[in-house]
Ligand binder design. Sequence first.
Ligand code: SF4
Ligand code: SF4
Length: 394
Amino acid sequence: MQTQLADFIRDTPEGREADAILRKCVHCGFCTATCPTYQVLGDDLDSPRGRIYLVKRALEGAPVTEKTRLHLDRCLTCRACETTCPSGVRYGRLVDIGRAVVEKRTRRGPWDRLRRAVLAFGLPRRKVFATALRLGQLVGMAPATRPGGAWPSARHARRMIALRGCVQPALAPSINAAAARVLDRIGVSLLEVPGAGCCGALRFHLNRQEAGRDDMRALIDAWWPMVAGREIEAIVMTASGCGVTVKEYAHLLAADQGYRGKAERIAELTLDLCEVIKPEELPAGKNRGRIAFHSPCSLQHGQQLRGRVEALLTRVGYELVTVRDARLCCGSAGTYSLLQPALAGELRTRKLAALEENAPQAIATANIGCLTHLQGGAALPVRHWIELVDEALA
Ligand code: SF4
Ligand code: SF4
């Protein structure tokens, strides 16, 4: 694709990166076939190809309107288009750059500004979110907390850090506790670091990119003493949505002289939980029941990790049912389900129909956002896969 970026961005790091990405796109449109919003809305401007065009025009200095922002807002950042694209177009990076420009050049209405401000304030702050969740639970408007259970003592020489995160400890402390028990069985002690909170993804994807970077720097500061002291061999992500962000810290903080080196080290050490456990390390089991696995976009597209969770569940005795259109997003996508409820609801309905088609007894996934969103519409229990592995081994 020919480009002529405008003066305001051409010679910046973002401009050079966007230009290189845009030049790779050949307009073939293969990506539209796996774009969830294009499937629902049928408008080319709600497809990756259309959004790439909108970003290109914005970076070339064309007028930016609320309609431009609407089509970018409707993108889930699921990155299914990256998996499909034969030319290697890094759409996720391009849309981040485009969104920052469009956000600066347009003004949202008061209601949109208010709800985004509330989400940006409340979600990354664990105590604020936990209080809001308890209030929601009292009036029956929020899901029940999944209690954690026992956490094994740190008895092994092999040690890893688990990211506690922001919303997961309030909604499902059961997930990290299950991970700690399973890792303990294979000779790894899992630790949580006090003060380690949000990975930055929430505010970054609310187009508060600098505030998101502040969260990233705060998390690096909390982990750094253990990383610098070589006390741990890996940083384990039990939410793939956080994992995809932390793995990109080196890129996201590349312009920050003070943090660039630390960010590179943190990203190198970061692994999804399914990368830490090998199937052969777990005892083989059978007849645990039928499971439909929903692989979050942040796992299968963002981190390009496919088949690993399925292998672990199969190893401990679960039978995995076939899931149609497994590449498609469930509609959760961070705060997307709150900001685009109609589209998110339609995508959830479609996803649940596909997941339930072959009569599973439960649904498994790998990200707290997908889990909570799917559970909100599912008759079947929706679990984190590590909870199922933990139960199989108990
Ligand atoms: S992003 Fe990739 S698949 Fe989509 S139009 Fe461009 S080259 Fe084709
Ligand atoms: S990230 Fe997902 S929703 Fe956005 S354009 Fe790509 S496939 Fe469509």
